[in-house]
Design a protein around this ligand. Structure first.
Ligand code: SF4
Length: 439
């Protein structure tokens, strides 16, 4: 038998939550002495971590599985689409094993079955923070799994189960080891960050020998003491979110909230079964901005949900122009296999969806552009993500989350490197991005 360590290829699809699952699997593989292979050819088997959120993600996942089957032949499938194993097995009966999301133990068991673990694990080769797929200077910190809501367009709860909060002490330990390993920005994620701790009745845990509640505000405060950027994603506008705003104003965590409002018409929000659908979101936004004027708000909306009338859509446009959000993502509604919204009456015609999408995005483009233009001449700190071929630095400000928001392109006479914080003056602005010179 060869002494070469067994090699596993890895394909990671889907959202940041799936990415965190991928990181856990990769970490465990390395802990056990497997080598991660960069090519299908060299791999002894391939793991495909899939996404099954919307139909296009299902297609992409099936294509990725098909490619791995053709190129390598020995394939284990995990992730959200793995929850629907019959779909995979029907398309690719030769797949070795299928497991659902967050099933690290099951994935590893399948790997062991088809590719026995090497005799002597290279434990000391694994950095204590695990293997990360994001650039070294930022990392996603997953604080819980699953979701207790039942939004009618979403099948995540049926795939990922009810909310399970990770123990606050463990979350803090992971955050600390990430910071020790050089991470400069922690992106807090979950399906519903504001619900953190509800399942354990906000149990008091321990970190560094001190009590710490399993609660979003308490966790944000503790993370804010680590001396790096902390950014909150997927926060619903519940009253207790208000507690985090003073932390932003004090500079402990980034003045940034990613709040997926999805709509503004009470009727549509009710049909969507959205959490916090009865809150007065405009009043809440106003109150937040009064406490922290520099707050950046990001949100996503769905247009063309079944039953959405022109009046409902007009309410959404009014909300968008009133709320003056900094960043907006918009999707046209599409049915997801298994979602309860599929049985709702009054579907909106595709061309109406597209037209509403275009109107909303045009309105928001003007708002975003004006907000960015107002920053010209301001000084701010940015975090460098990469250095472009022409030597300019591609960076992000407190207002920009990686991949979803804009960037700040920085020129300067000093050599910059990825992961560095730099003070800059803003010199130009577009619809999404900013340009700046180093100070
Ligand atoms: S809050 Fe709604 S959209 Fe988000 S994961 Fe839960 S059910 Fe899905």
């Amino acid at each position: 038998m060869s002494n070469d360590p067994p090699k596993v290829g890895f394909v990671s699809l889907g959202c940041p939550k799936a990415l965190v699952d991928s990181e856990r699997i990769l970490t465990q593989l390395r802990v056990e002495g497997y080598v991660v292979s960069p090519s299908y050819d060299a791999a002894d088997l391939v793991i495909v971590n899939t996404c099954g959120f919307i139909d296009s993600a299902v297609e992409e996942s099936l294509e990725a599985i098909g490619e791995a089957v053709t190129e390598n032949g020995r394939v284990i499938v995990t992730g959200c689409l793995g929850a629907k194993s019959q779909v995979i097995k029907q398309a690719y009966p030769q797949v070795l094993a299928v497991t659902g999301p967050q099933e690290l133990a099951e994935v590893m068991e399948a790997v062991h079955r088809h590719l026995p673990r090497p005799h002597d694990p290279f434990l000391d080769l694994v950095p204590p923070q695990g293997i990360k797929l994001t650039p070294r200077h930022y990392a996603y910190l997953k604080i819980s799994e699953g979701c207790n809501h039942r939004c009618s367009f979403c099948i995540i709860p049926s795939m990922r189960g009810r909310l399970v909060s990770r123990p606050v002490g463990l979350v803090m330990q992971e955050a600390e080891s990430l910071v020790r390993a050089g991470v400069k920005e922690l992106l807090v994620i979950s399906q519903d960050t504001s619900a953190y701790g509800i399942d354990v009745k906000y149990r008091t845990g321990f970190w560094q020998g001190r009590p710490l509640r399993t609660r979003m505000g308490d966790l944000a405060g503790a993370l804010g003491g680590l001396g790096v950027w902390v950014r909150l994603h997927y926060v619903y506008p519940y009253p207790h979110v208000d507690e985090t705003i003073p932390l932003m104003q004090e500079g402990k965590i980034l003045p940034y909230l990613d709040v997926p409002f999805q709509h503004a018409s009470a009727r549509i929000l009710k049909a969507m079964k959205r959490p916090a659908d009865s809150e007065d979101n405009l009043a809440r936004i106003r109150a937040w901005r009064q406490i922290c004027p520099s707050l950046t708000l990001r949100s996503t909306f769905i247009v063309g949900f079944p039953g959405e009338t022109e009046d409902d859509f007009a309410m959404l446009l009014d909300f968008v122009s009133e709320a003056q959000l900094d960043r907006v993502g918009c999707f046209t509604y599409s049915a997801v296999d298994g979602a309860s919204a599929n049985s709702l009456p009054d579907p909106v015609a595709e061309e109406v969806k597209q037209e509403r999408y275009a109107r909303l995005m045009a309105l928001q483009a003007g708002i975003s552009a004006a907000k960015l233009k107002a920053k010209i001449g301001c000084t701010m700190t940015v975090l460098v993500d990469e250095i472009a071929a022409d030597g300019t630095a591609i960076a992000r400000s407190a207002a920009d989350a990686p991949d979803v928001d804009g960037v700040v392109t920085v020129r300067g006479n000093r050599k910059l490197s990825a992961g560095e914080f730099v003070r800059v003056r803003i010199t130009g602005a577009g619809e999404h991005d900013l340009w700046a010179d180093t100070l």
